[in-house]
Design a protein around this ligand. Sequence first.
Ligand code: Q0Z
Length: 286
Amino acid sequence: MSETVHVGSGKVRELYALDDERLLLVASDRISVFDVVLPTEIPDKGRVLTGLSGFWFARTRELCANHLLAIRDDGRSSECRKLTMLPIECVVRGYLSGSGWKDYRETGEVCGHRLPEGLRESDKLAEPIFTPATKAQTGHDENITREQAAELVGAERLAEVERVSIELYLSAAEHAAGRGIIVADTKFELGLDEDGRLVLADEAVTPDSSRFWPADEYEPGGTQPSFDKQFVRDYCESLGWDKTAPGPELPEEVVAGTRERYLAAFEQITGIPFDDYAADPEVVLG
Ligand code: Q0Z
């Protein structure tokens, strides 16, 4: 007999304890835009994100161990090893966007990385940079320097975290680029196992933890369309909604178009038909 105890909620995900050593991470079909969860769901979004994470976990296991034990038959639930999570968000940026662009414009630096002058919004960086952030309980994560991150996890651990994060990003971004998707940046969550070994956790290189841009529309010098959420953003902007909760209901054509974009991201990146994933989720584990 086993009790499944709810232990946490994210905006679009739930976390349960299976026993002392295992967690169940469940990705819902909820979608957030401008930081507000909308009342309308995108069918299969949770399965797409769970499948993509599983695909990357399987592909990167030589670079870093990961928490994944199994993907359940529903395709949206992952059984995971329970870890001691590091108290930092491990962000890697290959392109200048979001808070990275904002910080660069204001200071010429991002998290202590001094960048060349004259970069434009969405420019590709010569090398990806590791830009850690604090884990805000509510509100927005705050970018910190590597010195501040070292105070939180230790200098030696931080060096390992930075090296592994950049390797993981480069591996995924290179794979995705060959399939028409730019991974502009991504956020990893890393933890430690019983033996103090670094383990990749949470979701990995999904459109919810990363910026995915369609490569064929890439045009530096401004913001880029989001691979997955652009229809939703455009629709919300067209309403003149003030971006405070509650968000608007989505019309069926926006739902259908957005669902297709999620399925396209899954199929382009994995090369696996989504129906094959639905029939047997562990197909992504190769
Ligand atoms: C992940 C989160 C979610 C709310 C804790 N393998 C792990 N070991 C220990 N802790 C975690 C993991 Cl994945 C862990 N989160 C993020 C996910 C709902 C919070 F679905 N929090």
